[in-house]
Design a protein around this ligand. Structure first.
Ligand SMILES: Cc1cc2nc3c(=O)[nH]c(=O)nc-3n(C[C@H](O)[C@H](O)[C@H](O)COP(=O)(O)OP(=O)(O)OC[C@H]3O[C@@H](n4cnc5c(N)ncnc54)[C@H](O)[C@@H]3O)c2cc1C
Length: 509
């Protein structure tokens, strides 16, 4: 994409991660006439699965639901490692020619909707020379994930400067970090910490997971035996669909049970942890959270690897508060001291909406927190724009796929009726609620910067795949909340239908 030569697209996808590649597949399949491109800030595709390089990086949901609906996951392991997920995304892009549509090294910094021209004017910064390039598009589709890529979240710890070993954040893992035979302390209790601890314990002298408070942790087999058996008996696609549905149903029921009968689920999880750990282990101190299951995202460990590392004495859990770092140790509020050669701060992400893009409508900057999310994928008052954000209580891709299906249906609907503009408009009787209900620190830190959800459909975020199939896959496009308009670019009375013969310059970085 050359500087100074604005080009026009029917659809611009921002981000070439799992969602962006899935979005492109759907566009090609369902709206084959649309000219589109993907702008990707980084130099490679895969997003999360390319960025994170820490030991043991893996999914914490099964690949039958984290995989795309349209592309069966066929490997034996259902909970799998990051490089395998990256390869799956790469293959999808390669097999469908999507990789040829990606402009790497282009960070979208701003997009302005022009009502006069009925299009978005998009500005992207090229990483190679820092230059800004412009393009225009009819429809803007943000598949930019949900967190900052340049910086993970790390609180300031007292005395950090006194620690003489490396302090590492999992989001910025140094390739050459040597922790063999060393004492490692991993600070945190989330998905990343519970992944890192057993993985690092294989080579470290000892790994301590230091947490301020516990998280719910459940163990699942890495390999799904039913999936393996079905793959032998059924055609690939049928087996995949069957296992995907099995997992959707189990996860939905478990989530609903957690919300309706939290005490029962607490007991079930506790029993599982207790069985996996040696007799006499203080399960309540280290594995009994102060909140209800699914008030925060639940952690999953494949084949109980974390519990095995603890049982084998390779790893341990300490639940305490940090008072200060010292030269080779961490001092705790209880008076205990943890000797450490390496400290890993698995303290989380910084959430970021729309990949940091500044949106404006006819020159007025969009105040994102005052907008309401429509079906969890469009914004009130923002024309011709969608964003893909997955579920928090189930695999991301379930919602990402539904979003893609919806956007394609919406585009087809607009084409069929000759509409040039669609915009969600909130009924004033709908009341505002926070977009996410999680009590986790990373959500609470940033939720004020996110749009709201509404008290009822189509503004309410269901976080429920089965219900969303009804409303998103099958529901009417013209539902009264989306306003459609015939507007034409180029003249006041509107005259210029989309000209799909305009050339698109070659893909370049
Ligand atoms: C360590 C980790 C493990 C996870 N494990 C799971 C799991 O097991 N199951 C699950 O369901 N979810 C999981 N998630 C959530 C995960 O992020 C999603 O599953 C999924 O990978 C998100 O894909 P995405 O394409 O929407 O976003 P991302 O993977 O974040 O990709 C977004 C892409 O957009 C690009 N981008 C962002 N802003 C811009 C911009 N302004 N201009 C141009 N490009 C931009 C980024 O560079 C990136 O390539 C995990 C997240 C993390 C961090």
């Amino acid at each position: 994409m050359a500087a100074g030569s604005p080009e026009h697209l029917d659809v611009l996808i921002v981000g070439a991660g799992l969602s962006g590649i899935g979005a492109a597949w759907h566009l090609q399949d369902r709206c084959p006439g649309k000219r589109y491109a993907i702008l990707e800030a980084r130099e490679d595709l895969g997003g999360t699965w390319d960025l994170f390089r820490y030991p043991g990086i893996r999914s914490d949901s099964d690949m039958h639901t984290l995989g795309y609906r349209f592309r069966p996951w066929t490997a034996a392991k259902s909970i799998t490692d990051g490089p395998s997920i990256l390869e799956y995304v790469r293959e999808t892009a390669r097999d469908h020619g999507i990789d040829e549509k990606i402009h790497f090294g282009h960070r979208v910094v701003a997009a302005e909707w022009s009502s006069g021209e009925t299009r978005w004017k998009v500005e992207a910064e090229r990483s190679v020379d820092g230059e800004r390039v412009q393009l225009t598009c009819d429809f803007l589709w943000a598949c930019s994930g949900y967190y900052r890529y340049d910086q993970g979240y790390k609180p300031e710890f007292t005395g950090e400067e006194r620690f003489s070993g490396p302090i590492v954040h999992p989001q910025h893992w140094p390739e050459d970090l040597d922790y063999r035979g060393k004492r490692v302390v991993v600070i945190g209790s989330g998905a990343t910490a519970v992944t890192l601890v057993p993985a690092m314990a294989k080579e470290a002298a000892h790994v301590t997971m230091l947490q301020r408070s516990p998280t719910y942790i459940a163990s699942l087999p890495a390999e799904d035996r039913i999936a393996t058996a079905l793959r032998r008996r059924l055609p690939e696609r049928a087996a995949y669909a069957a296992v995907r549905w099995k997992n959707v149903v189990i996860q939905t029921l478990f989530y609903q049970l957690s919300r309706r009968r939290p005490e029962l689920v607490k007991r079930m999880i506790r029993r599982g942890v207790q069985r996996a750990l040696p007799p006499g282990y203080d399960v309540d101190k280290h594995f009994k959270p102060h909140y209800n299951p699914w008030d925060q995202r639940m952690c999953l460990v494949p084949d109980g690897d974390l519990f095995r590392a603890i049982s084998d004495g390779e790893a341990s859990v300490v639940t305490d508060e940090i008072t200060t770092f010292a030269e080779r140790r961490i001092e705790l509020a209880s008076g205990e001291q943890l000797e450490a050669d390496v400290i890993v701060t698995a303290t989380g992400l910084n959430l970021l909406f729309l990949g940091g893009m500044e949106l404006s409508i006819d020159g007025t900057p969009l105040d994102v927190p005052s907008a309401m999310a429509y079906k969890g994928m469009m914004l009130s008052g923002v024309p011709n724009m969608a964003f893909t954000v997955g579920y928090t209580n189930a695999s991301w891709t379930l919602k990402a796929d539904l979003t893609s299906e919806y956007v394609c249906r919406l585009l087809a609907h607009m084409d069929a009726h000759g509409y040039r503009r669609c915009v969600p408009e909130v009924d004033p009787s709908v009341t505002e609620q926070p977009l996410l209900g999680f009590t986790s620190g990373y959500v609470q830190r940033s939720i004020a910067d996110f749009p709201k959800q509404g008290s009822r459909e189509p503004w309410k975020l269901r976080q429920n795949y089965v219900l969303d199939i009804r409303t998103i896959r099958r529901g009417a496009i013209d539902d009264g909340a989306l306003r459609f308009e015939f507007a034409y670019a180029g003249s006041e009375d509107g005259c210029e239908p989309s000209d799909s013969s305009r050339p698109l310059s070659p893909v370049s970085s």
